[in-house]
Design a protein around this ligand. Sequence first.
Ligand SMILES: NC(=O)c1ccc[n+]([C@@H]2O[C@H](COP(=O)([O-])OP(=O)(O)OC[C@H]3O[C@@H](n4cnc5c(N)ncnc54)[C@H](O)[C@@H]3O)[C@@H](O)[C@H]2O)c1
Length: 385
Amino acid sequence: MRNDELKGRPKIKIGFVGGGPNSFIGYSHRLAARFDNRFEFVAGVFSRDINKSRKFGTSLGLDTQRCYDDYFLMAKQESKRTDGIEALGIMTPSGDHYKIAKAFIQNKVHIISDKPLTATVDDAIKLEKIVKKHKIVFALTHNYSAYPMLREAKSIIEKGKIGKVMLINVEYPQGYTVGIKKKEEASILKWRLDKNMCGPSMILSEIGTHAYHLLRYVTNLEVKEVAAEVTSLSSELTVDDNAFLLLRMNNNSRGSIWISSAATGGENGLKIRVYGNKGSVEWYQDDPNHLKFTELGEPTKIITRASKTVSNLSLQSSRVAAGHPEGFFEAFANIYTEFADSIQKRKKNKKFNYVHPTIKDGVKGIKFIFAAKKSSDQNSKWIKL
Ligand SMILES: NC(=O)c1ccc[n+]([C@@H]2O[C@H](COP(=O)([O-])OP(=O)(O)OC[C@H]3O[C@@H](n4cnc5c(N)ncnc54)[C@H](O)[C@@H]3O)[C@@H](O)[C@H]2O)c1
């Protein structure tokens, strides 16, 4: 199980761009970086508003010299320091991820960025090229894939315990756009109303990429073709808020994704179900420490987090004994800790496999968003990926 021992590993100096006052996901990133003691948070720019950014950085306990006016200055100044940052977390609107990452990658700074990778396929491909060129580690915070019991589902499938995967369903109902009024949407959705920042579809960028990544991660399968209907169900909303997607997978199994912010009362009801010819697994974010596992002809078993028979992957993603609940923050922290592991292995020139989502997952994610939107724009025609 994970803990905060350094075991001789030096702490990695990290800075952040984005995640300022009242941002949605900034606190989760900063907390995740602190969780297992692997990073030292030393620099940042948290808002486009210089005063807001400085005030916020200081309130987080940063040295005022290292609360920068903008990310260009931060990249330049940090690269000149002998104790400059080695890693950067990005949690700004998605349309800026490429430009920000590029400014730091040129100085060999490793990147952990929020999803979707970018707002265009072009930016995603350019980003992948510079990541490869500069041999940096790039992690993407598809945080749901780091829940221990979700990882147990992956291990069960890899061991062949449910047989050949035949059906996959991922759903993610939220309800925050129900009843939204035109006059208030800008204050609620902010940059999400701007396609240059959010990409071609709000709902696909927001939670569609998470659902798509989860489905690939748990099953080790790829989507071959998608047919989608992406719509706006909330009457005064400018952007889309619901999508149904049908999927043809590379092993000929069939999948479906339903994502929505128009599901009244929906909170963060992420659920994945995978059915094979010998069994099935089912995981639900509302009950993240349990996994349902059914073998053909047998009653359903509930496997608990950190219990005796779970895989190493699942156990190593846990921190506390079975029965004590772990949740969203711990899963988020797993991605940061695995990012730290990757950086330290990369420094030693060791060969290793990434445990966390990477730039490749990011590029696939943005291509998927565009394919699904294209399908929807063509009356749900099947589109190849
Ligand atoms: N992994 C998840 O579960 C999850 C959840 C929500 C959002 N996200 C993603 O995280 C990113 C941010 O989303 P959010 O909901 O936190 O947005 P937000 O609007 O709540 O916060 C964005 C923050 O970035 C700051 N910012 C914007 N441009 C900046 C710049 N150039 N320099 C410095 N700071 C800048 C803003 O001041 C703000 O504080 C997006 O890519 C989004 O898709 C991921």
